[in-house]
Design a protein. Structure first.
Length: 269
């Protein structure tokens, strides 16, 4: 069963791009993956659930670090197909907001996979039902757009390519839906989680400059807008788009300064 149907449709399409450059995405987001691996390694784990696992990099890293049985869930079959090519964990197509999990997990994690729920309270309540008493939740989510300037640049560029596209609902599913720490605490408390803690974390993510154009041409709303342009225009557009990121390039590397919340909570005993 899927209730986040619009998100499922979007990620099935966008997932092709993610799958094609999954190694680049993994490199860029590695600092945030490391946060979750560190949290998972603090105590013995038996079963771990990775929500919005994408192509499975974080799922596999936690499995390797902890020896736990790890399950990744996502609504995008295209990204799950890429995840399954690597093995090392179990990958399931499921809408975590409503999926009836047949087992319980002592840890639930997510790297930027929990911001897209249609009903976040219902989703986190469902995840709580899949967690053992005393089990833990740990996820990272973006703080505000202003604290993530590369993402702000990407949104501005995408809007210039598709000026007639509807503006995203600031309160709806999206990368910044959990940017308000107070709102996030309230969602988790209403869903039944306890000991909710929300801590700011800042990281500088880096990748070689030559990977920037492949990254931009395969990722998110920029890639979607480019696909809607005639192929004859795309090369020149990409050159112009690339120039917008010059402030983030130095010494042959692209830097992605990123501000996130690291959120932890516990399932009641």
């Amino acid at each position: 069963m899927t209730v986040n149907s619009e998100q499922a449709a979007w990620w099935d399409t966008a997932g092709h791009g993610w799958a094609q450059i999954q190694d680049v995405v993994g490199l860029v987001l590695r600092p945030y993956q490391d946060l979750l691996v560190e949290a998972a390694s603090r105590r013995p784990r038996r079963r771990v659930l990775d929500v919005g696992c994408g192509t499975g990099g974080t799922t596999r890293a936690i499995a390797a670090a902890t020896g736990a049985g790890c399950v990744g869930v996502d609504i995008s079959e295209t990204m799950l197909a890429a995840a399954r090519e690597h093995g090392e964990a179990e990958f399931v197509k499921a809408d975590a907001q409503v999926h009836a999990f047949e087992e319980r997990f002592d840890l639930v994690v997510s790297r930027f996979g929990v911001m897209f729920f249609d009903d976040p309270v219902a989703a986190f309540r469902n995840l709580l039902a899949a967690t053992t008493p005393g089990g833990e939740l740990c996820f990272v989510t973006w703080r505000t757009a202003e604290e993530n300037p590369v993402m702000t640049t990407s949104s501005r560029v995408a809007a210039s390519l598709a000026p007639d596209a509807p503006a995203p609902d600031p309160d709806g599913p999206g990368p910044f839906s959990l940017a308000d720490a107070g709102r996030t605490r309230g969602i988790l408390a209403e869903a039944g989680w306890t000991d909710v803690d929300v801590q700011p974390v800042d990281r500088d993510c880096v990748m070689p400059e030559e990977l920037l154009v492949p990254y931009l041409s395969n990722m998110g709303s920029i890639a979607r807008a480019l696909r809607e342009r005639p192929e004859s225009e795309r090369g020149e557009l990409l050159r112009k788009i690339r120039g917008e990121y010059d402030p983030f390039v130095r010494d042959g590397e692209m830097h992605f300064p990123g501000g996130v919340w690291q959120v932890t909570a516990s399932a009641p005993l």
